[in-house]
Design a protein. Structure first.
Length: 152
C-alpha cells in the first residue's frame, strides 16, 4: 500500500470527497494552501458534482499531475502533447486496476442516483462503496508516477 494512498484513504474517511482526498495527500508537493486546494477540487467529487461522470479520485489524480507537470504556454504543442500523454497513461493505469474511470460504472449506478444531495457518511456507506479503494489506487499511481518522474 502506498503511503500517499493511505493518506488519501484516511482523508476520505474523515469526510472529504474523492477528489479532495487524493489532492490533499499531495498538498505539500504542489504547494497550494490547504483551504484553497480543497475548494479548487471540491467540484470534482461524486464524478463531477455528483453527476457520476469521471471518478473524483481520477480527477484528483489529474489535478495533481497538472499542478506538478502541466503546461502553461498555449502554443507549446509539444508540452501539451506530453501532458495529454501523461494523463492518458495515468487513466490507462487506473482503468487497468479498476475496469473504468467513470464513477457510475465503478459504483454500479448506471442511470440511478442523480440527486445532487450527498450521501450521509455512515458505517454502511463506507462498507458498500468502493471509493476508499479507488482513492488509494489513484493516489498510489500518482505517487509512483512522481517517483519515476522526479523533475517536473
Amino acid at each position: 500500500m502506498s503511503s500517499k494512498g493511505e493518506q488519501a484513504r484516511a482523508y476520505f474517511m474523515e469526510g472529504y470527497n474523492c477528489s479532495q482526498s487524493v489532492a490533499l495527500a499531495f498538498c505539500d508537493e504542489i504547494g497550494i494552501e490547504k483551504t484553497k486546494l480543497l475548494r479548487m477540487v471540491s467540484s470534482f467529487g461524486g464524478g463531477m458534482g455528483r453527476m457520476r461522470e469521471v471518478c473524483g479520485a481520477v480527477s484528483g489524480m489529474f489535478f495533481v499531475a497538472g499542478a506538478l507537470y502541466g503546461y502553461d504556454a498555449p502554443r507549446d504543442m509539444q508540452a501539451k502533447k506530453e501532458h495529454y500523454e501523461r494523463i492518458q497513461e495515468l487513466a490507462a493505469q487506473f482503468r487497468a486496476k479498476t475496469g473504468s474511470i467513470v464513477c457510475r460504472e465503478l459504483l454500479g449506478l448506471e442511470g440511478k442516483d442523480k440527486s445532487p444531495v450527498p450521501s450521509e457518511r455512515t458505517e454502511t456507506y463506507y462498507k458498500k462503496r468502493p471509493c476508499p479503494e479507488m482513492i488509494e489506487i489513484a493516489a498510489g499511481l500518482m505517487e509512483a508516477y512522481i517517483k519515476e518522474h522526479p523533475d517536473p
